[in-house]
Ligand binder design. Structure first.
Ligand SMILES: O=P(O)(O)OC[C@H]1O[C@H](O)[C@H](O)[C@@H](O)[C@@H]1O
Length: 316
């Protein structure tokens, strides 16, 4: 917004308090004057903390590797260009599970801040991160030899966090990709939450040999290992994680161009089996609601770009 000809909202001559951004130890942290903050590790451009309403909103394992030796277990890892184990005989076959974006070091491209469009006087801060073929390790570049560029934007508002990914094909040949924002939401007690707006949607159940099912529940309870890829959703209809006790929304997630949503909780045995997941009981304190485009492939023609995003609102 151009404020140049207008008096300041808090008195002539005084400027509005501005967001602050600090960079240290390969992390970028932004805070709003109203107290909210976000922390992003350059390794994977992984958001590892989002504080709003005086509380941490994201789950981060106590044994998450934060030194760049493994993808970070928690926060919001970015999955690109393949989701899950890569298929055989495919351009992504030589890549690790979930691709290379979450285990490559991104560059920080800078920040911008503005007044939020929706609430008077509140500020917004946006952090941009980049990854391209020139920044990949030799090993990843060999395994996926396309000329690409990713720009990942993390935007913090008073009540929401938006993450947006732009994928550019800077080469001369088409490439296929899948993409997903693997968000680990923090919850007090998994048995006390429900996931809404999935009723009648088709999902692939990865815990049952990838069989296809139709969601019967209008308020899904998580009562065991859950690993489902819900497909063909309307990105404008929010997925709501609500409190079972009073039906109040805890999180509401809308998407742009991301028509799949994965709901994942490892539950008791799988949680114990993951070396970087701690404490064992922490499966009770998280639910992954992952916005993505993963049930098919996006084909990006030479010179083209694509953009997808999620917007997570907290305790509305
Ligand atoms: O252990 P990771 O490679 O981080 O994957 C963690 C999980 O990611 C997604 O949610 C998949 O649907 C799961 O099948 C997988 O177990």
């Amino acid at each position: 917004m151009d404020r140049s000809n207008k008096p300041s909202a808090i008195g002539l001559g005084k400027s509005l308090p501005q967001p602050t951004v600090s960079i240290q130890d390969n992390t970028v942290e932004a805070s709003l004057p109203t107290g909210e903050s976000v922390t992003v590790h350059l390794y994977g451009a992984t958001v590892t903390s989002w504080k709003a309403n005086g509380q941490e909103q994201l789950f981060l394992s106590q044994k998450a590797h934060l030194d760049g030796s493994k993808p970070i277990r928690g926060g919001i890892p970015v999955v690109f260009p393949v989701f899950g184990p890569p298929p055989k005989d495919h351009a992504t076959s030589a890549l690790p599970q979930h691709g290379f974006a979450r285990n490559s070091t991104w560059e920080y491209l800078g920040k911008s801040s503005s007044e939020s469009a929706d609430s008077q006087g509140d500020m917004t801060v946006k952090l941009d991160f980049g990854l391209s073929h020139t920044l990949l390790s030799e090993e990843f570049r060999k395994a996926w030899p396309y000329e690409f560029a990713l720009v990942y934007s993390v935007t913090l508002n008073k009540n929401s966090l938006m993450t947006a990914l732009e994928v550019r094909n800077e080469g001369k040949e088409n490439f296929d990709f899948q993409v997903l924002m693997h968000t680990y939401l923090s919850v007090e007690d998994i048995s006390a939450v429900r996931v809404k707006n999935l009723e009648s949607k088709t999902y692939i159940d990865k815990t049952q040999n990838a069989t296809s099912h139709t969601e019967a529940s209008n308020a899904l309870a998580i009562t065991g290992e859950t690993d489902r890829v819900y497909q063909a959703l309307d990105p404008a209809v929010p997925i709501i994680v609500s409190s079972a006790a009073d039906d109040k929304p805890l999180f509401s997630i809308t998407r742009e161009a991301l028509t799949d949503v994965v709901v994942w909780n490892p539950w008791i045995e799988k949680a114990k089996g993951m070396a970087d997941f701690a404490p064992d009981e922490a499966y009770k304190n998280m639910i992954c609601v992952e916005a993505g485009s993963v049930s098919g492939w996006q084909t990006l023609e030479a010179g083209d770009s694509w953009e997808g995003a999620q917007n997570i609102k907290s305790r509305l």
